[in-house]
Design a protein around this ligand. Structure first.
Ligand code: ADP
Ligand code: MG
Length: 248
């Protein structure tokens, strides 16, 4: 087991009251598997990722990464844990405009204390893994939206994390490029054995995932775990008999 969220409740200040963003959420994600989180806008998906990433401490509940409970760790210890164990892909790529693709990745490895030579080798390996080996010298503005998102994914994987957290990576992409990004995340999850949580409201490509979680008003449901033998049948999800709500 690589990522465990146990009985997580998270509230935000809301005037005189508190708004409950996550309501007693429990989720286990195994190494080498992909869990997709769907749900309407404002249901708590990004909050869930922020808690899993240890960027927000919940009011109650436990986040366990690779068997290590994060409760009680200092900020410095959490930073260290994130650096080594957690790869995060935000909705917006946050790439540095002046750096080439290879340099964006090398910066991550140097932060991790690798020698520049090793960092370069690793960066080239990861660019190759996301199909951007021939774009290594390009800066973000010389890449398409889909390529930028793939670079973003490569960067998140630079330090070989246990946990990969991805927030709506396809929201700025057309359907075809979005599908390619989801396929890439699925493949990398298996190849790199990450425990991956992918937030998306594009339900079209959920057939190959290991677990689908639905979030509504901060509550998480695991309605049906897809049958792995039916992974080829992409119209299973969202068929009338499942009656699942459409993500917002
Ligand atoms: P989603 O990613 O599913 O759209 P979020 O996790 O961003 O949902 O938000 C869940 C709820 O928490 C929403 O009602 C949102 O307005 C609220 N919320 C999110 N972040 C904050 C914050 N920093 N302060 C106060 N309320 C927030
Ligand atoms: Mg969100």
């Amino acid at each position: 087991m690589s990522l465990n969220l146990t009985d997580i409740t998270l509230t935000y200040p809301d005037g005189e009251n508190r708004l409950t963003a996550l309501d007693d959420v429990t989720l286990d994600v195994l190494k080498g598997t992909l869990t997709t989180v769907v749900g309407p806008s404002g249901s708590g998906k990004s909050s869930l990722l922020a808690v899993a990433a240890t960027l927000i401490t919940p009011d109650s509940g436990t986040v366990t990464i690779d068997g290590q409970a994060t409760t009680g760790l200092t900020r410095a210890e959490l930073t260290e844990l994130r650096r080594h164990k957690i790869g995060i892909v935000f909705q917006q790529p946050n790439l540095l405009p002046s750096l080439t693709g290879a340099e964006q990745l090398q910066v991550m490895a140097q932060i991790d204390g690798r020698k520049p030579h090793t960092a370069h080798t690793r960066a080239m390996e990861m660019l190759d893994a996301v199909g951007l080996a021939d774009r290594a010298a390009r800066r973000p503005h010389q890449l398409s939206g889909g390529q930028r998102q793939r670079l973003n994914i490569a960067r998140a994987l630079m330090n070989d994390p246990t946990v990969l957290l991805v927030d709506e990576p396809t929201s700025a992409l057309d359907h075809e490029r979005g599908a390619a990004v989801i396929d890439l995340i699925t493949r990398l999850t298996h190849q790199r054995a990450t425990a991956t949580v992918l937030v998306t409201h594009d339900r079209a490509h959920l057939a190959a995932v290991d677990q689908i979680a639905e979030v509504h008003d901060g509550r998480l449901h695991l309605p049906a775990t897809p049958d792995p033998t039916a992974a080829q049948c992409s119209d299973r999800i969202g068929s009338p008999d499942r009656g699942g709500p459409v993500g917002g």
